[in-house]
Write a protein that binds this ligand. Structure first.
Ligand code: FES
Length: 147
Protein backbone atom coordinates (compact mmCIF):
# COMPACT_ATOMS: atom_id res chain seq x y z
CA UNK A 1 0.00 0.00 0.00
CA UNK A 2 1.43 3.34 -0.98
CA UNK A 3 1.22 6.52 1.09
CA UNK A 4 -1.65 8.05 -0.92
CA UNK A 5 -3.85 4.93 -0.56
CA UNK A 6 -3.09 4.78 3.15
CA UNK A 7 -4.08 8.43 3.67
CA UNK A 8 -7.34 7.86 1.73
CA UNK A 9 -8.19 4.93 4.00
CA UNK A 10 -7.42 7.00 7.10
CA UNK A 11 -9.58 9.90 5.85
CA UNK A 12 -12.49 7.56 4.97
CA UNK A 13 -12.28 5.89 8.36
CA UNK A 14 -12.18 9.25 10.10
CA UNK A 15 -15.33 10.53 8.33
CA UNK A 16 -17.12 7.21 8.87
CA UNK A 17 -16.43 7.32 12.62
CA UNK A 18 -17.35 11.02 12.74
CA UNK A 19 -20.70 10.48 11.01
CA UNK A 20 -21.54 7.50 13.22
CA UNK A 21 -20.74 9.45 16.37
CA UNK A 22 -22.78 12.48 15.26
CA UNK A 23 -26.05 10.51 14.78
CA UNK A 24 -26.83 10.12 18.50
CA UNK A 25 -26.05 13.81 19.03
CA UNK A 26 -28.43 14.84 16.23
CA UNK A 27 -31.08 12.53 17.60
CA UNK A 28 -30.63 14.12 21.04
CA UNK A 29 -30.86 17.65 19.68
CA UNK A 30 -33.86 16.91 17.48
CA UNK A 31 -35.83 14.14 19.19
CA UNK A 32 -38.41 12.14 17.26
CA UNK A 33 -41.28 13.23 19.51
CA UNK A 34 -40.65 16.93 18.71
CA UNK A 35 -40.43 16.22 14.99
CA UNK A 36 -43.72 14.35 14.95
CA UNK A 37 -45.73 16.83 16.99
CA UNK A 38 -48.32 18.53 14.85
CA UNK A 39 -50.65 21.28 15.91
CA UNK A 40 -54.07 20.05 16.94
CA UNK A 41 -57.00 22.41 17.31
CA UNK A 42 -59.32 22.18 20.32
CA UNK A 43 -62.66 23.97 20.76
CA UNK A 44 -62.47 26.29 23.75
CA UNK A 45 -65.48 28.61 23.64
CA UNK A 46 -68.28 29.96 21.51
CA UNK A 47 -67.55 32.98 19.34
CA UNK A 48 -70.60 34.78 20.79
CA UNK A 49 -69.01 34.61 24.25
CA UNK A 50 -65.98 36.65 23.20
CA UNK A 51 -65.89 40.28 24.32
CA UNK A 52 -66.18 42.82 21.47
CA UNK A 53 -63.04 44.47 22.78
CA UNK A 54 -60.69 43.56 25.57
CA UNK A 55 -59.37 40.42 27.19
CA UNK A 56 -60.96 37.25 28.45
CA UNK A 57 -59.35 34.29 30.17
CA UNK A 58 -60.74 30.99 28.92
CA UNK A 59 -60.30 27.77 30.89
CA UNK A 60 -60.48 24.61 28.86
CA UNK A 61 -59.29 21.02 28.89
CA UNK A 62 -58.00 18.58 26.34
CA UNK A 63 -56.88 14.99 26.26
CA UNK A 64 -53.23 13.97 25.97
CA UNK A 65 -52.09 10.33 26.12
CA UNK A 66 -55.40 9.35 27.69
CA UNK A 67 -55.18 12.00 30.43
CA UNK A 68 -57.33 15.09 30.80
CA UNK A 69 -55.20 18.27 30.92
CA UNK A 70 -56.64 21.53 32.27
CA UNK A 71 -55.30 24.69 30.72
CA UNK A 72 -56.17 28.28 30.09
CA UNK A 73 -55.46 30.95 27.54
CA UNK A 74 -56.09 34.67 27.21
CA UNK A 75 -58.15 35.72 24.21
CA UNK A 76 -57.52 39.31 23.21
CA UNK A 77 -59.75 41.29 20.85
CA UNK A 78 -57.27 43.81 19.51
CA UNK A 79 -57.20 46.17 16.57
CA UNK A 80 -55.36 43.38 14.72
CA UNK A 81 -58.10 40.83 15.35
CA UNK A 82 -58.35 37.95 17.77
CA UNK A 83 -55.10 36.93 19.52
CA UNK A 84 -54.58 33.96 21.83
CA UNK A 85 -51.85 34.38 24.44
CA UNK A 86 -50.30 31.70 26.59
CA UNK A 87 -50.37 32.68 30.27
CA UNK A 88 -46.90 31.20 30.83
CA UNK A 89 -44.30 33.87 31.60
CA UNK A 90 -41.31 33.67 29.27
CA UNK A 91 -38.88 34.34 32.12
CA UNK A 92 -39.16 31.23 34.30
CA UNK A 93 -42.61 29.91 33.52
CA UNK A 94 -44.87 31.38 36.20
CA UNK A 95 -48.50 32.04 35.28
CA UNK A 96 -49.29 35.67 34.47
CA UNK A 97 -52.61 37.31 35.30
CA UNK A 98 -54.40 40.13 33.56
CA UNK A 99 -54.95 43.23 35.71
CA UNK A 100 -57.94 45.34 34.65
CA UNK A 101 -56.73 48.10 36.96
CA UNK A 102 -53.25 48.38 35.45
CA UNK A 103 -54.21 47.23 31.96
CA UNK A 104 -51.27 44.83 31.91
CA UNK A 105 -50.41 41.17 32.33
CA UNK A 106 -48.49 40.85 35.60
CA UNK A 107 -46.20 38.02 36.60
CA UNK A 108 -46.31 37.36 40.35
CA UNK A 109 -42.83 35.81 40.52
CA UNK A 110 -40.34 38.47 39.51
CA UNK A 111 -42.45 41.44 38.45
CA UNK A 112 -42.61 40.75 34.74
CA UNK A 113 -45.07 43.00 32.91
CA UNK A 114 -46.63 42.60 29.46
CA UNK A 115 -49.02 44.84 27.55
CA UNK A 116 -52.42 43.69 26.30
CA UNK A 117 -50.85 42.10 23.22
CA UNK A 118 -48.27 40.22 25.27
CA UNK A 119 -45.26 42.44 24.56
CA UNK A 120 -42.78 42.89 27.41
CA UNK A 121 -43.03 46.31 29.06
CA UNK A 122 -41.09 45.66 32.25
CA UNK A 123 -39.18 43.21 34.39
CA UNK A 124 -36.96 40.30 33.40
CA UNK A 125 -38.98 38.39 30.73
CA UNK A 126 -36.75 37.95 27.66
CA UNK A 127 -39.58 37.59 25.14
CA UNK A 128 -43.28 38.35 24.62
CA UNK A 129 -45.96 35.94 25.77
CA UNK A 130 -46.32 33.09 23.28
CA UNK A 131 -49.09 33.48 20.75
CA UNK A 132 -51.09 30.38 20.04
CA UNK A 133 -52.80 29.61 16.76
CA UNK A 134 -56.46 30.57 17.02
CA UNK A 135 -59.31 30.27 14.55
CA UNK A 136 -63.07 30.37 14.50
CA UNK A 137 -65.20 27.86 12.62
CA UNK A 138 -68.99 27.69 12.64
CA UNK A 139 -69.22 30.01 15.64
CA UNK A 140 -66.70 28.08 17.73
CA UNK A 141 -63.24 29.33 18.76
CA UNK A 142 -60.44 26.77 18.40
CA UNK A 143 -56.97 26.96 19.89
CA UNK A 144 -53.96 25.21 18.37
CA UNK A 145 -51.64 23.20 20.61
CA UNK A 146 -48.74 20.83 20.01
CA UNK A 147 -49.76 17.76 21.97
FE1 FES B 1 -42.28 35.81 35.32
FE2 FES B 1 -39.86 35.65 36.37
S1 FES B 1 -41.23 34.04 35.98
S2 FES B 1 -40.92 37.42 35.71
Amino acid sequence: MNRRAFLKKVAKSFFLILSISILPLLSYLYPVRVREKAIQFFPITKEEELPEKGIRRVDFSYEKNGRRINANVYLVQSNNGLIALSPVCTHLGCIVKWSDIKGEFLCPCHGGRYNSEGMVIGGPPPAPLNRLPVETRDGVVYIGLKV
